[in-house]
Ligand binder design. Structure first.
Ligand SMILES: NC(=O)c1ccc[n+]([C@@H]2O[C@H](COP(=O)([O-])OP(=O)(O)OC[C@H]3O[C@@H](n4cnc5c(N)ncnc54)[C@H](OP(=O)(O)O)[C@@H]3O)[C@@H](O)[C@H]2O)c1
Length: 313
């Protein structure tokens, strides 16, 4: 990111004085957008709205935000618990698809640009890297409604940017993804005297929400439209990821990580997820806009936060 920093800081001027509305404001990605916007843009007005302020599934919820007139809507709100989406299909549709429909209507009224963070879970297993041209084939209800929402945006509203993102880590105590859960789990195992943990070998790209938000702002500042893939450089299995977490948190003497097949993990989950999925940031690279760092570098930075040190006290 550093070698591009000067170039990016100039282009970020395109975002100054703009008005941003962020949905799903208590979530992991929304908070990273808020931080990155505050850090890199000037004189912007940011409305970061949690569900209790703006429930995107309810049309009348938008009435009290007519005054915002956002230039950009960063639409992070979604039901992201893929297993819950399998159980509560109507709820998934309401919070993902219907919510997006309402966002499009609101954006049309205000001539706002929609930024839509898409999930890598719209793709199925693949031995080859998937690019923006690979046909999505969601394996889960969550992936299906996320894809339908993307298709609706692309079909009905040209003023939009879709970024298909790798699996997140970020947000520390609100990190409900693998890194957040496993760091808390490791802490309780170590405190209870357990010395071994078995982890599956599913292969994805752990991607830092701060890197994603930064790179997305670069795209918005460059006035980009359409669809991009965006995931960290490199990839790893959950087993390798856990070993790195243990190494970076200096826990190697306290707990050993053993590898098991991804199939064992898959059996425990309601939603089907790909066992191997690696995205190629093809369009970002082609346009010279890939700011994604290697996952190990970003993970090390993330785990150096005080929150993680306190977990193991
Ligand atoms: N997590 C990933 O690995 C990943 C990867 C790629 C893309 N994405 C996408 O990135 C976006 C943000 O994900 P995240 O991981 O940051 O999720 P998150 O932390 O769960 O944040 C999502 C937020 O949306 C809120 N929400 C749910 N239904 C809503 C509604 N009807 N109206 C308003 N807010 C609502 C949730 O509030 P409550 O908690 O109060 O329900 C939550 O605060 C999502 O669109 C997701 O599909 C996620």
């Amino acid at each position: 990111m550093n070698k591009f920093f000067q170039k990016d800081s100039i282009i970020f001027n395109n975002l100054s004085k703009k008005r941003f509305l962020i949905t799903g404001g208590s979530g992991m990605l929304a908070n990273s957008f808020l931080r990155q916007l505050k850090k890199y843009t000037k004189n912007t007005k940011i409305y970061c709205l949690s569900k209790n302020k703006l429930d995107v599934s309810k049309k009348n919820s938008f009435n009290k935000f007519k005054f915002v007139k956002p230039d950009y809507i960063i639409h992070c709100a979604a039901l992201v618990n893929a297993d819950l989406c399998e159980k509560k299909i109507k709820l998934a549709k309401k919070n993902i698809y219907d919510g997006t429909k309402n966002i499009i209507e609101f954006a049309k009224k205000n001539k706002s640009k929609i930024f839509y963070p898409q999930s890598f879970l719209i793709y199925k297993n693949s031995n080859k890297k998937v690019s923006e041209n690979t046909s999505p084939k969601p394996l889960s209800v969550y992936g299906k409604y996320k894809l339908k929402s993307e298709q609706l945006i692309l079909k009905s509203y040209k003023n939009s940017l879709i970024v298909r993102m790798g699996g997140f880590f970020g947000g520390e105590k609100i990190d409900n993804n693998f890194v957040g859960k496993i760091t808390r789990h490791l802490s309780s195992l170590i405190k209870s005297g357990t010395t071994e943990l078995k982890i599956g070998d599913r292969v994805w790209q752990p991607t830092y929400t701060e890197d994603l938000a930064y790179n997305s702002l670069v795209l918005l500042a460059h006035k980009k439209f359409g669809v991009y893939n965006m995931a960290s450089q490199g990839y790893c299995s959950f087993f390798q990821l856990t070993k790195k977490i243990v190494e970076f948190l200096n826990l190697s003497k306290k707990i050993k990580i053993k590898k098991i097949s991804a199939k064992i993990l898959n059996q425990k989950e309601l939603a089907k997820r790909p066992s191997r999925l690696i995205m190629n940031n093809k369009r970002l690279i082609r346009e010279g806009l890939n700011r994604q760092r290697n996952w190990k570098l970003s993970l090390k930075e993330y785990l150096s936060n005080k929150y993680f040190r306190n977990l193991y006290k």
